[in-house]
Design a protein around this ligand. Sequence first.
Ligand code: LLP
Length: 423
Amino acid sequence: MDYFTLRDGALHAEDVPLTAIADAVGTPVYVYSAATIERHIRVFRDALAGAGEGEPLIAFAVKANPNGAVLAAMARAGLGADVVSAGELLRAVAAGIAPEKIVFSGVGKTREEMAIALSHGIGQFNLESEPEAVTLSAVASEMGREVAVAYRVNPDVDAGTHAKISTGKSENKFGIPIDTAPEAYARLSALPGLKAQGVAVHIGSQLTDLAPLEAAFAKVGTLITELRAAGHAITLADLGGGLGVSYNPALPLPPSPADYGAMVKRVTTGWGVRLAFEPGRLIVANAGLLLSRVIRVKDGAAHPWVIVDAAMNDLLRPSLYDAWHDIRAIAPTGERIVANIVGPVCESGDTFAIAREMDAVSDGDLVAFFSAGAYGATMAGTYNSRALVPEVMVSGDKWAVVRPRPPLEALIEAETIPDWLKA
Ligand code: LLP
């Protein structure tokens, strides 16, 4: 569900015609809908109401979209943040997210990042290994702090999603094996500066089946019972993110937040802990689109090539994961074509879709890549020396550039050439 709709034959973001944004900001540009973000937060929160002890902690996975305006919307709604680097942590704090609602995940936290997070008084570290626990204990002790921690356990469950975004199998780099967790928690209790309060799990992203999540959560429940019996005061279970969203309207819908909430409540009954969640994609994916202009259409062997001004450096998901994004004309005529949609970057991988049936478009027309609010702008780069793609936030009839397009000169000014190399 989103607030991108056709009105009088032209696609709008809430009450703003996308043509107005393209005219003012140029293309490519990401456009986010604040009302859609707010709606997704509400739906997720409602679905989890009553699960676990007290109010669940919903910690937005900043990696999905770290734009300050997006994070400010999370802060305004009272969400926490799941961060995986000092950069994400500082962005979350700067956007007004309460530090005690911040969870620090990530498989390779450095001592420096640990110190920064400790100095901000974040709520919990999700530890991914015993050596990491030893390092955090040392850093916290040096700083005279005590911090709440959880081990991220690896339940060895196949999430049934793309291999590059599966994280809960034993061959993946994430977490500690769940079978060895009781001994790891026993050793953890001897480490100064750390208070083991939780267990964390996250098995992958864009999950379209609840069964692997349920299997993983059930294993966490068994572990919590075991840890309690061993004398650990476990008060929080962080069940991660991962719920999939609809990218292709022709495919069956993924499980709804309500289905997910019902499953969570069923599995966690009797755990006696507060629950935390780290949704990313679910909150922002369908709240954003990438607006792009057709540079030109050229003939192809099987189908015409629609060359747009967005490229793999702006939206990497199709190149990296063969991801499917709906591509629509901003002013559809009703006529349809079958075409290959590609960017201008000099790689065959810079391809958004092959033999796609879509709205007929010609040179100069605007198109939108839907469901691009998660893992879109944040994975953008400047490959082929293209400027970093700008971002716009819309709310009702208001809109603002929330990250401007840097001038091309910025690419040059960011670097220095040593004198001894100058001609
Ligand atoms: N928590 C942890 C520990 C994670 O690693 C992730 C995502 C999340 C939460 C949020 O997952 P979500 O609710 O968004 O599924 N770039 C890929 C997705 C990578 C996901 C990485 N971890 C993509 O474009 O599909």
